[in-house]
Design a protein around this ligand. Structure first.
Ligand code: ADP
Ligand code: PHD
Length: 458
């Protein structure tokens, strides 16, 4: 069965990592389509190529910073090319593209940053095809322009156009060649490069798998599995062997950065199974992300995460719930500021609106609050920035009501106050709100309660 394989920036950070990737690709002839990110961090305090490109785009052309970043960028690709003994002549094309990025850009101003960022993946795919050719394999660069992968919307947070799937379906390639596809960006209909949100190469992998009708998408990263909790919070957490699309989407949206939350959608639409695997330990089975829960879960919940990218607005006024059109007025104000909300748990006299705070700034919040005061005249209105959301996820959770009470008790009995509970109609997640300082402690307590094997056996 043909596969799409995507390699994240950590898997392509230098020559040694690149060699592992090449070995993985060549180990199985079914690995026909290779999606690459831009080179990532080689060590903890290193800078990803995407971040260097952002710095490059923002520096003044001709300034010393501009030339310093340009040099650093060329050397990131040069080191990989040298590792594989790519000739100077062949590499020169990549160096020239980097040097000339500022002058080759001819689109609308809004797209300039996206143009720079997209080149991280673009050049890495050109280099990967070169390396595979140099090693005697038939490989070809296939970028969004060639594939017909079209996008629309914001230049740095684009969304795929449906016609891309027809274009991909009609894309011709032969059985004996490897396609190397740059992740993270697509083309607008007027020929400009636009990127997905950060971490968006995962999205390209899903789009390409759905479009080409490929049913297995291997997503190679630097961990051996999707763990039940963030490994930066819990040391050596339990691995998830299998999970559903819905579980992964809930968890990635709220903090599991290992797989981009938007990338699940094309996989759902194309019924593509995702296998998250480790480039450094490719024989480990990894985590399978599948359409339906037709497997036995090992633990009562699938995962727990916390996320600080939410803020809340609390409104209180007696008889708030009886006022016809109150929510409409509120939503009209959000619409005016082009703000979407995530959740809106309510009581009889109060309402909490939870926002993704990455779309807000201080000035917007001030104007928004002033408009709400005018329109709704609340007794209490509080903007809460010091907020973290704890998300507990599992398809089986709601069959056993004690799971939620146990989770809450494990927090409140250990000094973590909860100021919001939201249980979605989806019946697979419960969201708890608390102060940021408690975020990691809350994840640890819930982890200890549900996954700590010693405790469970006791
Ligand atoms: N629940 C989780 N399971 C596994 N990894 C996680 C989880 N939550 C956060 N991560 C982090 O995600 C990282 C992998 O994602 P990312 O850095 O985007 O990789 P890549 O460079 O391969 O795209 C891991 O190194 C890990 O630190
Ligand atoms: N290089 C882009 C896109 C991406 O998906 O990268 P990675 O696979 O390294 O997370 C970024 O840094 O956002």
């Amino acid at each position: 069965m043909a596969r799409v394989v995507k390699f994240g920036g950590s898997s392509l950070a230098n020559g040694e990592q690149y060699e592992k990737v090449v070995n993985i690709v060549l180990a199985d002839p079914e690995r026909r389509v290779v999606v690459v990110s831009a080179p990532g961090k080689r060590f903890d305090i290193d800078t990803k190529v995407t971040d260097l490109l952002i710095q490059y785009a923002k520096s003044t052309p001709g300034s010393s910073e501009f030339f310093a970043v340009q040099k650093e960028l060329i050397s990131r690709y040069q080191n990989i090319a040298d590792y594989f003994k790519i000739s100077e002549k062949d590499f020169q094309g990549i160096a020239d593209i980097i040097s000339n990025l500022s002058s080759t850009f001819s689109g609308e101003d809004d797209y300039r940053l996206a143009y720079f960022k997209a080149h991280g993946e673009h050049l890495n795919a050109i280099l990967m095809a070169m390396v595979l050719n140099q090693l005697g394999h038939q490989a070809r660069f296939a970028g969004p322009a060639e594939l017909g992968l079209y996008v629309e919307g914001q230049p740095n947070a684009a969304t795929v156009l449906e016609e891309s799937y027809t274009n991909l379906k009609n894309f011709e390639y032969s059985d004996d060649e490897i396609l190397v596809v740059p992740g993270f960006y697509g083309m607008t209909k007027d020929g400009q490069m636009a990127t997905f949100a950060r971490g968006g190469s995962d999205i390209t992998g899903s789009i390409v798998a759905r479009g080409l009708g490929i049913k297995l998408y291997e997503n190679f990263t630097d961990v051996s599995a999707v763990y039940v909790a963030n490994p930066h919070i819990i040391e050596e957490p339990v691995s998830i062997k299998q999970m559903t699309y819905r579980e992964m989407r809930e968890l990635s949206y709220s903090g599991f950065s290992v797989f981009n939350d938007e990338a699940i959608i094309p996989a759902i639409q194309g019924q593509v199974t995702i296998n998250v695997k480790n480039t450094n330990r490719p024989t480990d089975p990894g985590t399978l992300i599948v359409p339906e829960k037709d497997f036995e879960a090992e633990y009562p919940i699938t995962g727990v995460t916390n996320s600080d990218h939410f803020s809340a607005l609390y409104l209180h006024r007696y008889l708030l719930n009886q006022e016809v059109g109150m929510t409409l007025k509120l939503l009209q104000i959000f619409y005016k500021y082009n703000i979407s909300y995530e959740h809106m748990p309510s009581g009889i006299d109060d309402l909490t609106v939870i926002f993704d705070n990455r779309q807000l700034n201080e000035e917007m919040i001030e104007r928004l609050c002033a408009d709400i005061k005018d329109a709704l005249n609340p007794d209490v209105m509080q903007w809460i920035d010091d907020y973290t959301i704890i998300m507990i996820v599992g398809e089986g959770m709601f069959k056993k009501p004690t799971i939620i009470t146990d989770a809450i008790a494990s927090l409140t009995n250990n000094g973590v106050p909860i100021n919001m509970i939201n249980q979605g109609a989806s019946q697979i997640s419960t969201m708890l709100g608390t102060k940021r300082a408690y975020g990691k402690k809350a994840v640890s307590l819930i982890y200890q309660h549900f996954f700590n094997k010693n405790e469970q056996e006791a």
